[in-house]
Design a protein around this ligand. Structure first.
Ligand SMILES: Cc1ncc(COP(=O)(O)O)c(C=O)c1O
Length: 455
């Protein structure tokens, strides 16, 4: 199929052109109309025509995360190996629900490798790939909820209210999952953070004590190994200890930051991550696997299987073996071949390459933090531990408006957040090609944006 080679060439051209293009640009009205308003065609178009349309209307308007000066949210450039194999996964197009085929079998290796990279103990079956951390968190918290006897039959009716503990800096997906699972927003406790935006463990203890005193049942504590706002790593060993004392499920959200453990200098901060009952990490973040690729790991594979296994007669598989199908461990039945992208990315980099990627981006973030601290017109808003830098431009009042202006100018891309209620800029460094000059451009663009806002 010639069109396939043409598409591959277009992908290669796109990737090599990215650094020369604006990081991001707004979509002009006519292209927006094409993207959002096309009528359903009565007759089909030739594949070459589709490629031409993609050239004209799609490739010119990327989100920006392939560019070395993209610092927004937590979105990495795609790994070359991941891009290379994506069409092959599509060409095979299996459902990785389970069964005896390469797609489902390779997921066993991909999950085990992720566990090994994160230093998490792995038993066969104790993990699966998901669409991202949000879905992985639903799987993890549903498994935690399964500790309530009879929950699959009786639901939570009649059960004492169950309490969930999440720090003020915990990702919104934790609250979303807890609400979705019927744990009730009212029973989600927001644990305060310390000066470095890590969960305040004495406060956690006090809140658990108060809930026990009130006759509630503490169920789970969700800690973070790399928060989205500042990249902070909670005191995981201390939280694990509290969880053990009170028989709580210990969940760790390492969606963004779990792989920071590969950097020897950071490793002490991760002590206790390996004690989690469930650990979420996103290969589509720091590792750069093309979207989508999330992962949830468990200490015990029996937990998610008890929570999710439901095999209708048409899906019985005598040959499934002891572990059964992946679809017995989560909500998805038909599952895409995510493992090929994850496997290829790790196989191409090796443990050393992944470690270098983490170290390099983390060093760049430290460099940015030092530049911010040294500049008279910026202030650091939090210690830069992993590869996120939270900071503010002075005067403070302009910070809320800065990201949109920087984005529109097209030379760099960053996003903002609220930290302790204050408008804050955050730059997340995930691109292995980001240079010191790129960091200088970012700071200059912020200054220029502030000037524009003032004018
Ligand atoms: C710390 C953290 N947890 C969870 C998530 C949600 O991940 P996903 O977007 O893959 O669902 C994010 C996303 O940025 C994150 O940074």
């Amino acid at each position: 199929m010639d069109e396939l080679s043409h598409a591959a060439r277009m992908a290669a051209d796109h990737l090599s052109a990215v650094p020369e293009q604006p990081v991001w640009r707004p979509v002009p009205a006519d292209d927006r109309a094409w993207l959002t308003g096309q009528p359903l065609p009565d007759t089909g178009a030739a594949l070459e025509d589709l490629l031409r349309a993609i050239c004209d209307h799609v490739l010119p308007y990327p989100m920006g995360n392939g560019h070395p000066r993209f610092f927004g949210w937590v979105n990495s450039p795609p790994s070359p190996a991941g891009v290379l194999v994506a069409p092959l996964a599509a060409a095979m197009n299996p459902s990785c629900a389970g069964g005896e085929h390469a797609g489902a079998l390779l997921e066993r290796t991909a999950v085990r490798w992720l566990a090994e990279l994160a230093g998490f103990p792995h038993r066969p079956g104790a993990g699966l790939l998901t669409s991202g951390a949000s879905m992985a968190t639903v799987v993890a918290l549903a498994t935690a909820r399964q500790r309530v006897p009879g929950v699959r039959v009786d639901g939570l009716y009649g059960e004492r209210p169950l309490t969930t503990y999440v720090s003020a800096e915990g990702h919104s997906c934790l609250r979303k999952a807890a609400e979705l699972l019927g744990l009730g927003g009212r029973y989600i406790r927001t644990v305060p953070v310390d000066h470095a935006f890590r969960m305040d463990v004495p406060a956690l203890r006090r809140m658990i004590g108060d809930d026990l005193h009130a006759g509630l049942r503490p169920l789970l504590v969700a800690a973070s190994a790399g928060t989205v706002n500042t990249g902070a790593v909670d005191p995981l060993a201390d939280i694990a200890e509290v969880a053990r004392e009170h028989d709580l499920w210990f969940h760790v959200d390492g969606a963004y930051g779990a792989l920071g453990v590969l950097d020897e200098r950071l490793r002490p901060a991760y002590a206790g991550m390996d004690l989690a009952d469930s650990l979420v990490l996103d290969p589509h973040k720091w590792l750069g696997v093309p979207v989508d690729a999330g992962c949830v790991l468990f200490r015990d594979p029996a937990g998610p299987r008890d929570a999710f296994s439901l095999v209708p007669p048409y899906l019985r598989d005598e040959g499934a073996g002891e572990l059964g199908w992946f679809s017995e461990y989560g909500p998805e039945q038909t599952r895409p071949f995510r493992a090929l992208r994850v496997w290829a990315t790790i196989a191409h980099l090796g443990r050393d390459g992944v470690t270098r990627l983490v170290e390099r981006t983390r060093d760049r973030a430290a460099e940015l933090a030092a530049m911010v601290a040294a500049a008279g017109d910026f202030e650091l808003a939090a210690p830069a531990v992993t590869s996120v830098v939270a900071f503010r431009y002075l005067p403070l009042r302009v910070n809320g408006g800065i990201p949109a202006v920087v984005q529109r100018r097209g030379r760099a891309f960053l996003t903002g957040t609220l930290l302790g209620g204050q408008e804050t800029l955050r730059a997340c460094v995930l691109h292995p090609g980001t240079t010191r000059d790129d960091l200088a451009v970012l700071l200059d663009e912020i200054r220029a944006a502030a000037e524009e806002l003032a004018g």
